[in-house]
Design a protein around this ligand. Structure first.
Ligand code: SF4
Length: 418
């Protein structure tokens, strides 16, 4: 099966891709005020989101074979001093060079497990590189090859909006002085800025991943009456519903409306307050796609990520993190048919790894994560050759005070397990 990049190049101009600009090289769109072509192309791009400056033409004009040779040579010269971390959603042209491939938290932990490395080149998005910087040693550099690789979901909650939300909620909710449970506990999904993780650390809150969201909510309800869940409404709702929390006790917070668009009574009667963020990759999956897959392949196993909307999760056979999806495919048998609702690069790679199964993405349109796709081999070659020259380019640094508070929230998550 061809890589997603090749699928895009051969499908250019046809309706099988979500944007005719997808074949554009990232440096052609880096200067635009947008997330670029792909699933997040229509999302509001914050003014403060980092942008990538110009990259030397030596890299942007090189052929794919020349870039591969530059990356190989630089890796050889750098040896164990530098590790390349590749997210499951990265292009194959990047993943083939990764020392470790995994989800955001596994990769951040890989950084922690390698004290001998001087630098980690994080081929993922901005919040992931921040987490790796928080968990790695002070003398270790974390590098994001393209600074424009943010995450539209993480950008849907700014620290200013979260602080304003907290202030409004704590004004409405009664505080107890009797040692009873806290009226409100903040939880943030890993896909959020370091500043928001730090906010949770400072305010008795915790971080979660898509693998441990339920464990984390159980931890919360041992300590509090209510949770404000940031920034992904779908992961929050799917987890709360799986725990049996009724829909009437789940409300949404719109940061652009007073009290999030709720009445004081609705807030008081709520158990879960969901920030209205979402992932534009996983929002593309629909119940109609599942019905089509079942009609076409009776017996198909449908596996979706919990960032998908609740009706999609309800219609699927299994919902779970990228790690759960990977394990489900691993446990399948030759001849099985699996329809998967997550980012296309990961699905395509699983289909390549298991050619004796029929594995396909539920979404028939090729539409990668806009920002993951901004990590191109030209940027990887550039940051690696800079390291060979003794120069650290595109270093992601979380200020010490923010990192200390964020670490508190991350450590609570690790202690809560699994
Ligand atoms: S797949 Fe969704 S949540 Fe993940 S980086 Fe892309 S936009 Fe963000």
């Amino acid at each position: 099966m061809p890589s997603v990049t090749n699928l895009i190049l051969t499908a250019a101009g046809k309706e099988s891709t979500c944007d005719s600009q997808l074949p554009a090289e990232p440096w052609e769109v880096d200067q635009n005020h947008s997330y670029g072509p792909g699933a997040s192309q229509a999302d509001r791009f914050p003014q403060i989101a980092p942008r990538q400056g110009a990259v030397p033409s030596r890299y942007t004009e090189a052929s794919p074979a020349e870039l591969d040779a530059m990356i190989e040579q630089a890796r050889k010269e750098l040896g164990d001093r530098v590790k390349i971390l590749g997210h499951f959603y990265q292009r194959d042209e990047i993943v083939k060079f990764a020392d470790f491939v995994g989800d955001s938290f596994n990769l951040a932990q890989a950084a922690k497990k390698h004290p001998e490395a001087e630098a980690f080149v994080f081929c993922g998005v901005h919040f992931m590189a921040e987490t790796a910087d928080i968990l790695s040693g002070d003398n270790q550099a974390v590098i994001l090859p393209n600074l424009a690789a943010g995450c539209s979901m993480a950008d849907m909650a700014s620290i200013g909006q979260v602080e304003a939300c907290w202030e409004e909620l704590t004004r409405v909710l009664p505080t107890r002085g009797d040692g009873a449970k806290a009226p409100l506990v903040p939880v943030t999904y890993m896909n959020s800025s370091a500043a928001i993780k730090a906010f949770c650390g400072r305010n008795g809150g915790i971080v979660c991943t898509s693998s441990n969201a339920r464990t984390v909510l159980e931890w919360v309800f041992e300590r509090g009456e209510r949770v404000v869940f940031l920034p992904d409404q779908h992961l929050g709702r799917n987890t709360a519903r799986a725990m049996g929390i009724p829909d009437e006790q789940i409300i949404m917070w719109n940061p652009h409306q007073p009290l999030g668009g709720n009445t004081p009574e609705q807030v008081e009667q709520s158990t879960v307050i969901l920030w209205n963020g979402f992932c534009s990759v996983h929002k593309r999956f629909t119940v109609a796609q599942i019905e089509r897959a079942r009609a076409e392949y009776p017996g198909v196993r449908v596996i979706v990520h919990p960032e998908c909307p609740a009706p999609v999760v309800d219609a699927a056979d299994v919902s779970g993190s990228t790690e759960v999806i990977r394990r489900e495919v691993e446990a399948s048998k030759p001849g099985d048919v699996l329809a998967i609702g997550t980012e296309i690069n990961m699905v395509n790679r699983l289909a390549q790894q298991y050619p004796d199964r029929t594995i396909f993405c539920l979404d028939p349109v090729v539409c990668p994560c806009s920002t993951m796709y901004r990590i191109h081999p030209a940027y990887l070659a550039w940051v690696l050759e800079s390291l060979v020259e003794g120069e650290i380019t595109n270093r992601i640094v979380v200020p010490d005070d923010v990192a200390a508070d964020a670490r508190v929230a991350l450590e609570r998550m690790l202690a809560a397990k699994p």
